[in-house]
Design a binder for this molecule. Sequence first.
Ligand SMILES: [Ca+2]
Ligand SMILES: [Ca+2]
Ligand SMILES: [Ca+2]
Ligand SMILES: [Ca+2]
Length: 629
Amino acid sequence: MTASADVGGKTYTQTLGFRTTGSDQTGDSAGGGAVSILIGSGTGAAFQEGEVGLSATTTSAKSTLSAIVNLVTSDTNGAWDGSAKVSFSSSCATAGKASFDPQEVIPVAGTAVTSYQPENGCTEDVITASVTISGEIKTATSPTITVEQSPPASLTFLGAEPPIIGIKGSAQVGAPESSVLSFQVKDSNGDPATAGESVSFSVASDNGGFAITSDTTASTNAQGVAQVTVRSGTVPFSAFVLAELASNGDISSTGSVSVQSGPITQSRFSLALDMVNPKAGNHQGLQVPVNVRAADRFGNWAPDGTRINFTSELGDIDGSCQTVDGTCSVVWTSQAVQTIHFDKQRDTRSCFSGTGPEREQSGLTADTGCGDFDRFGRNTITAWTVGEESFSDENGNNLFDVGEDWLPLAEAFRDDNGTGIRDNQSPYSEEFMDYNSNGTYDSAGTVFRGLGCSDAASVAGNCESLANVRDSSVMALSTDTLQVEFVKSASDLVGASWESASQPGMPPQNWGDAALKLQSGTTLSSLDISPGSNSFVAVIADVNGNAPFNGLHIFVTGSTPDVTVLGGQVRCDVDMTTEAVLCPFTVQAPLDPTEFSNANLTAVTVSFAYPGTTDVYPGGRIISLVKVP
Ligand SMILES: [Ca+2]
Ligand SMILES: [Ca+2]
Ligand SMILES: [Ca+2]
Ligand SMILES: [Ca+2]
């Protein structure tokens, strides 16, 4: 009996054995020598207490070996046949670099066996077996296991983050200029190679200055991954980076990142309304989606997340949206009748003096008549964001060179009266986007504003700033009520405009005060009919002289059997337009003079139907026919 034996060291099991025997009734009732349970390897004379037996002490990553422990009784070192659970562990297993199958074993006849498998990254390991018997933990440890590592066998490109970067300078418009490329080294088992493998990097082409900005050699981490950072140059292209294993140049891989132009170019920034003539003039809350598409010089989408801003003359609109795949949308909502921003002096204003294409490329609204009066219910919507002016890259080097043609842009503005010029004569003033924040409206500059100048062009002062790209559209807030006029031919409408109905010669004085004014002569109050064919044009507009609402069906019919509208009835549908709709028709009268003089001529009727139906929509006009011999 060694009742006073100290805990620890090699006396560990003896101490436990003593306690087990002396502290419960088993030992007392037996009245004999203390018998304890020991853990180790082997049995009988071969028993090695506190040791885990191994089938081998050297193995390869992904190979297995057996670990074995025996539970014996201390009296004879014979197999203990009690019930317990043995747990195996190791530092590599804790680190996820080795595994046991099974990890917990219930011994059979005192013997517990498991299979141990180390991974790459586990170079040395010691297995511990532990068991709890009668509340006491008993452990055993193995000799050190040496694990031979699998050599690296492959290098794979995992990806670039972000996969698309802008050309040098794009950071000004919020586009990244650098990217991190990741490569993974794997061993022949397809597992990540050991940390610390050296990988070297080089660029396949330094086009425009594309370069590696991190070290050209990097070590793999625990996941076998090595990374390299690159930066764009001035030229957009698919850039390739070669990665090579330092220890074996035959193992290599190529990664790529796309260098794109980045800034949105004015000529590829466009605004479109889902509906330009909604029936919104008398209704609040009617909604129209407003869409923008934005791309760089090459037509590549603006980077996702590019913020586009919006402003609307009438109604209300979401302030901004962020692009995904080069596009985003906001919603415009009507506020019914609105007379704000009407320009009483529009007919006296100067107008955009450039060509039609220049007007369109400058993001202005379509030209609807310089010198005409303004009209109520015409709503200008403008979208803008930071980008660059458009230039013609005549030598194809993707740089702006001195002498290359470009379209200079004045500061963006919302052209409420559609003159193509920003007007600001009190009390009428058009909102503008003060790009340089100097509090005043700046006209077009004399240097190119954008990214990517040749050295000479930079010296000449180009590429020193960016500019707002912009586009605008006009929407007609079509009214519920319509008006119908008649002319003899479409040519009678050349130079026609809309003036005040209550004060002819003046601009419309209020919402609904618009009348068609021909350049010479007047609209018809009756239709003169001669024998044979007589052609006319019905002009249908809303009460402000704008387009009838989208989808309206217009019918022109004759009202007596003796005179017919050719084809029986003429139908004209209102499509996407902001302007009055022309509906030409022909009245067929008898050719024979006698028949003609006996014919009963009364009237022609213009009537309407709701969109997509034959249900009569209120309004229309009946115009009488007058025989002209
Ligand atoms: Ca060029
Ligand atoms: Ca307007
Ligand atoms: Ca204007
Ligand atoms: Ca300014």
